[in-house]
Design a protein around this ligand. Structure first.
Ligand SMILES: NC(=O)c1ccc[n+]([C@@H]2O[C@H](COP(=O)([O-])OP(=O)(O)OC[C@H]3O[C@@H](n4cnc5c(N)ncnc54)[C@H](OP(=O)(O)O)[C@@H]3O)[C@@H](O)[C@H]2O)c1
Length: 317
């Protein structure tokens, strides 16, 4: 039986599958072709990669081996800079090299990605952030890029690119889960105003990286039990991981997760086809409110510089 990919709309109307599989973390990063093929064969239709995962070529290879057409898969890549290049300061890409760096990505992938992001505001020297965005705008105008967006952008970075922008970023990909909600409030307010879709990386952080799971974990356990009892015909067992990913979706946020484990990749694919509204509004609200009592972030280098943290405990005790 054919399954329909469950999507969100970008501001342009382009559809983006709500669950993406990334090859930038965990085992998926080490065996990107093998794991990517399992992902596509089991039904994942959204792959997230980046220049500094060194896996863009693997996406092209995976797609070629899968027998699927490019149009059946949504692919994102990112301008990351080249940390290993001693002549380049950190991750920055000089403005006059942005176009060729993007072209290099396209060459490695073998196609134009559906979405191309500035991986972090630190990829450009601060004075050059706007100009870097303008290069992406020009490439979009020239048909060299499709959708363009940003990642790890704080309020001050969003303001820079939004000021007089020809194209507003389609997405901001950030570490998003219940424990970053309080910190992200100013970012999310700007995004709501400008129709910028939020993409969550690290969506499973409360369960996988918080030392105790924190106050949200028992709430997820309770909801998983309720969902299991009231939906006996669901194709997969519903546990805390499933509930947390469904919460991300219910918040209108794309979940970019990962796995290199065959069974867990299959599970992620099954989750991506579940119907909407499995969680009640009250359950979504409970996860949100309990999450906002704590601040805990895994990928700290990205968003904590020059962006005030909320006055909250980290929930580890
Ligand atoms: N823009 C950025 O700066 C940025 C930063 C970080 C990540 N990302 C993107 O986001 C992707 C995901 O990031 P993330 O790894 O932090 O996401 P995550 O969803 O928080 O964690 C993924 C990890 O969860 C495990 N997992 C998957 N399904 C599971 C399940 N059912 N039960 C238990 N564990 C499960 C996987 O381990 P196994 O392999 O063992 O299954 C994997 O290592 C990356 O690959 C990358 O594409 C972007």
């Amino acid at each position: 039986m054919s399954r329909t990919v469950q999507t969100f709309d970008l501001a342009s109307g382009v559809k983006i599958p709500w669950l993406g599989w990334g090859n930038g973390s965990g085992q998926a990063r080490n065996v990107p072709v093998q794991a990517g093929l399992i992902a596509l064969q089991t039904g994942i239709r959204h792959i997230d990669t980046a220049q500094n995962y060194l896996n863009e070529g693997a996406v092209g290879e995976t797609l070629a081996n899968s027998g699927l057409l490019k149009d059946e898969i949504f692919v994102t890549s990112k301008l990351s800079g080249r940390k290993s290049d001693p002549s380049v300061d950190g991750y920055t890409v000089p403005v006059n090299e942005v176009r060729s760096a993007v072209q290099e990505s396209i060459k490695k992938l073998g196609f134009i990605p559906d979405l191309f992001l500035i991986h972090s505001p630190h990829v450009a020297a601060h004075a050059d952030l706007k100009k870097t965005w303008q290069v992406l705008e020009e490439m979009k105008d020239a048909g060299e890029l499709k959708e363009i967006g940003v990642s790890n952008f704080r309020p001050q970075d969003l303001e820079v690119v939004l000021d007089g922008a020809k194209y507003q970023p389609a997405v901001n990909q950030i570490e998003y889960h219940p424990y970053t909600l309080a910190h992200l409030e100013p970012v999310l307010a700007i995004q709501a105003k400008h129709g910028i879709l939020t993409e969550s990386f690290g969506p499973l952080t409360p369960l996988l990286r918080h030392p105790t799971g924190g106050p949200v974990k028992p709430v997820l356990t309770k909801i998983a039990k309720r969902v299991t009892e009231s939906n006996p015909s669901l194709p997969i067992p519903v546990d805390e991981v499933v509930v947390l990913l469904l919460w991300t979706r219910a918040m209108g946020v794309v979940a970019v997760t990962a796995s290199g484990n065959e069974e867990r990749i299959k599970l992620l694919a099954e989750i991506s086809y579940l119907p909407e509204n499995i969680l009640t509004k009250e359950e979504v609200q409970e996860i949100t409110s309990v999450g906002k009592t704590v601040h805990f972030r895994h990928y700290r280098e990205h968003m904590e510089k020059d962006f005030a943290l909320p006055d909250l405990p980290d929930g580890t005790t």
